[in-house]
Design a protein. Sequence first.
Length: 222
Amino acid sequence: MGTQIELTASDGVTISAYRADPAGKPRGGLIVCQEIFGVNVHIRSVCDRYAQEGYLAIAPAFFDRVQPGVELGYEPDDIAKGRELMQKVSIDNALKDVAAALAIASEAGKVGIVGYCWGGTVAWAAAGRLDGLSAAIPYYGGGIAGMADKKPRIPTMAHFGEKDHAIPMTDVEKVRAAQPEVIVHTYAAGHGFNCDMRGSYDKPSADLALSRSLELLRQHVG
């Protein structure tokens, strides 16, 4: 369903991205922000799923800034490599790549953003800093609590796992307290519960989170 495209950010850096187009006229656009594992088969499948729901979905390959073509799995060595690459790509630069994707996704109309893990943190930052987005849906972004005081400028729905080893519920409550207008959902699941390629995958939680995310997109994107 998808194709590889190139994006040129405002600082002149060119990266790749995965683009999935819906079968008919798009409801709108959606930027999909990767985990620390790159734009791998799972993130491409997420784009394809949203395209099936009618959205032009684009996943920028943030890691291309430091190492092109990264696709990692979920073993300990992959996690270590992903964390190493993540630390070399600043949030500021990731937002430049989001903005480049937004320029293309906006051809479909209004644009939302969804992100997972590190991409959830990027999506939260985008909600407060970038113009042109209509809704944000961060999943279990570990850096969100540290930016809880940064108010999203668009409707935002955050998903967290109650059994997340990396994000304690105290962090979730910090987000709730700081931004009461943000919709915060928690699930009886761990970190990465949306990814069906990980041991932490929890289908009931993933399905419920997706249905809620689609409801937000229907309301604010199309």
